[in-house]
Design a protein around this ligand. Structure first.
Ligand SMILES: [Zn+2]
Length: 176
């Protein structure tokens, strides 16, 4: 089973790619150690600007990585409390891994059916058998001869990635 801290590292990695820098990691660290808390509190503790914090919270919530609740204080304008719900996070990550596996399987089917393709060594272009025949096995850009390549090694590589992801999927799923 994947531990909570392993899940958090995974979320940090994904968040870095989504936000484009390390600021999401700061927000997540604060939420892990001190949450639930308001956006203003997060800004104070993390040292990030409040607008930056709000933008990050928005994005992370869209991804389902974090959640918020509005305390039932009865007063108007009660502030949202942000937190990380580990079991919800497990579900989100599990679904993400399954989506990636599904996309890779589609790619695998495509590459397997393709069997072979043609490339131009000069331009780096890739062409199907039909296209290569249409161009009489010459690159449509530079006129160089097209070289036949097999998708076999690509298919093998995709297969091994799928196998690894299936292991990860099972580890994450075990406690969902
Ligand atoms: Zn070419």
């Amino acid at each position: 089973m994947v531990s909570d801290s392993q899940l958090i590292s995974l979320v940090k990695m994904l968040s870095k790619r989504i936000i484009g820098d390390d600021t999401a990691e700061k927000v997540l660290d604060v939420l892990v150690s001190r949450g639930p808390m308001t956006d203003e509190e997060i800004a104070q503790v993390s040292g990030l600007h409040i607008n930056q914090v709000r933008r990050i919270l928005q994005k992370l919530a869209e991804e389902g990585f974090i959640t918020f609740t509005v305390p039932q204080t009865g007063r108007v304008g009660a502030q949202q409390m942000w937190s990380i719900d580990m079991s919800a996070l497990r579900h989100v990550l599990h679904r993400r891994i399954r989506e990636v596996i599904e996309k890779l399987r589609e790619r695998l089917r495509y590459e397997s059916e393709l069997g072979a393709y043609f490339t131009c060594e000069k331009c780096g272009g890739h062409y199907t058998m039909d296209q290569a025949m249409e161009f009489e096995f010459r690159c449509p850009l530079c006129g160089d001869y097209l070289i036949q390549e097999s998708t076999e090694s690509l298919v093998k590589a995709i297969n091994s990635v799928i196998e690894k992801l299936k292991v990860a999927e099972q580890k994450v799923a075990r406690s969902v």
